[in-house]
Design a protein around this ligand. Structure first.
Ligand SMILES: Cc1ncc(COP(=O)(O)O)c(C=O)c1O
Length: 367
C-alpha cells in the first residue's frame, strides 16, 4: 500500500492563524520590531516559568546561543563532547577556536558515557559539552560532579530537551549553562530561536553584551559581540505556541505510546527505554535496527520511502566522519558509530494520525 500524502519526519506546530494576525497588531502599535521589546520580555517570563529556571536569555537561534554560551564562559583549549549529535554542537566548539575531544556514548540512551569522560581530561580541558540527545537527560549529577572535581565548565546542549524535567527539576538548571533550541522542527518553536538558561545570574549581562554587539550604552562598547537578538515576530510565535505546548506534548505522548505498542516486541528493533522519573517531551521517536531484524537500517529506510514515508537518519553520518572533521580530532567512539549506522527517527508530531502510525508500523512489521 502506498500513502497518497507523504509522511515526513515531523511537522511544525503553528498556533491558530487568527491569533498570530491579532498579535501582529501589538507589533504595529508598538513599532518595536526587535531589540528586547515587550513581547520578548513577556515571553522571557513565560518561558522561565515553564522551564523551571531562574535565569534565561532568548537568542535568535540555538546555534548562536551555543556560541554565545562558549564565549560567555571564556572557554579555551579542549572541550569534551559527544560525536552523536547534530552538526551544530561541534561546529560551535570549532568555530570558537577550540578543540573538540570526542567521548563515546552509552548504548542504553545514546548520550555521552559519563564513565569515560575523566580519561579524556588533560591540562588543556576547559569544559564538557554533553547533549541531551532526543530529549533524554544525560547523567547530569555525575557529569556536574566530574566538572566540579576538575574545575571545568559544563554547557548542556539541551536543543532537544524543551520542557524536560528530572523529577520536578527543570533540565535547564544543571551545569553552568543549558542551550535550548526553538527551531521550527522542535517540540516548541519561535520559528527560529534559542534560549540560554544559566545558574549564575551575573551571566545575564555577559550574554546580553555578546548578543548585542557588546554595546553597554550609547557611548560604551565593551567587547566585539555579534548580533543574535530574538525579534518580536519570533517572540510572538513563541508566546502563542507556549499556550499550546503542553497539549502538543500530551498529543505526542499518545502517539509515542502507540508506536511502542506496535514496535516493542519486534526482534532487532530497539526502542529507547521509558523512565517514570523523567517528564519527557517526546521530541523524537528513534529506533535502532540491529542484525536480528533481517534488513539493514538503510534497506528499511528505502522500503519506507517506497511507501511515501520519510524517516530521518538522525544522527548519521557521525560528526567524526564529516568531511571537514575526518581524522582531525582525538576520541575513539565505537558505540557512537554503531548507533549512527543503525538509527532511524520515525515521523512524530502531535497531530500525526493514528492511522499514519499504523501504516508506518505495518511496513516495519513487514505486513
Ligand atoms: C543537538 C542540537 N544542537 C544544536 C542545534 C542548533 O539549534 P538551532 O537549529 O536552533 O540553531 C540543534 C538543532 O537544530 C540540535 O539538534
Amino acid at each position: 500500500m502506498k500513502n497518497n500524502e507523504p509522511i515526513y519526519v515531523t511537522k511544525p506546530f503553528l498556533p491558530p492563524f487568527e491569533e498570530f494576525t491579532e498579535g501582529l497588531k501589538r507589533i504595529w502599535d508598538s513599532k518595536l520590531l526587535t531589540n528586547f521589546g515587550p513581547i520578548y520580555n513577556e515571553l522571557l517570563e513565560g518561558l522561565k516559568k515553564y522551564l523551571g529556571v531562574e535565569n534565561l536569555s532568548l537568542i535568535v537561534n540555538g546555534h548562536q546561543a551555543l556560541e554565545i554560551a562558549i564565549s560567555t564562559l571564556q572557554l579555551s583549549g579542549e572541550v569534551i563532547t559527544t560525536p552523536f549529535t547534530f552538526a551544530s554542537t561541534t561546529h560551535a566548539i570549532v568555530r570558537s577556536g577550540l578543540e573538540p575531544v570526542f567521548c563515546d556514548i552509552r548504548m542504553d540512551n545514546y548520550n555521552i558515557d559519563e564513565t569515560k569522560i575523566e580519561d579524556l581530561i588533560t591540562e588543556k580541558t576547559s569544559a564538557i559539552i554533553p547533549v541531551h540527545v532526543y530529549g533524554t537527560p544525560c547523567n547530569v549529577e555525575v557529569i556536574d560532579a566530574i566538572a566540579k572535581r576538575h574545575h571545568l565548565k559544563v554547557i548542556y546542549d539541551a536543543a532537544h530537551a524543551f520542557g524536560v524535567k528530572i523529577g520536578d527539576q527543570g533540565i535547564g538548571t544543571y551545569g553552568d549553562i543549558s542551550m535550548f533550541s526553538f527551531h521550527a522542527t522542535k517540540v516548541y518553536n519561535t520559528i527560529e530561536g534559542g534560549g540560554l538558561a544559566f545558574s549564575n545570574a551575573e551571566l545575564a549581562r555577559e550574554i546580553y553584551l555578546r548578543q548585542n554587539f557588546g554595546i553597554a550604552n550609547a557611548e560604551e562598547i565593551l567587547l566585539p559581540g555579534t548580533n543574535a537578538k530574538m525579534n518580536e515576530f519570533q517572540a510572538l510565535m513563541g508566546l502563542l505556541n507556549l499556550k499550546y505546548v503542553e497539549q502538543e506534548i500530551n498529543n505526542r505522548k499518545k502517539k509515542v505510546e502507540l508506536y511502542r505498542h506496535y514496535l516493542s516486541k519486534i526482534p532487532g528493533i530497539k526502542l529507547l527505554p521509558n523512565s517514570e522519573k523523567i517528564k519527557q517531551n517526546y521530541a523524537y521517536f528513534p529506533i535502532v535496527v540491529t542484525e536480528e531484524y533481517g534488513m539493514t537500517r538503510d534497506e528499511l529506510a528505502v522500503k519506507l520511502q517506497k511507501h511515501n514515508i520519510f524517516p530521518r537518519k538522525y544522527f548519521y553520518p557521525l560528526i567524526t566522519d564529516f568531511t571537514c572533521y575526518r581524522g582531525r580530532y582525538r576520541g575513539d567512539t565505537p558505540n557512537a558509530r554503531y548507533i549512527a549506522d543503525r538509527v532511524l527517527c520515525l515521523p512524530i508530531w502531535g497531530g500525526i494520525s493514528e492511522n499514519m502510525i499504523y501504516e508506518i508500523c505495518q511496513v516495519i512489521l513487514g505486513e
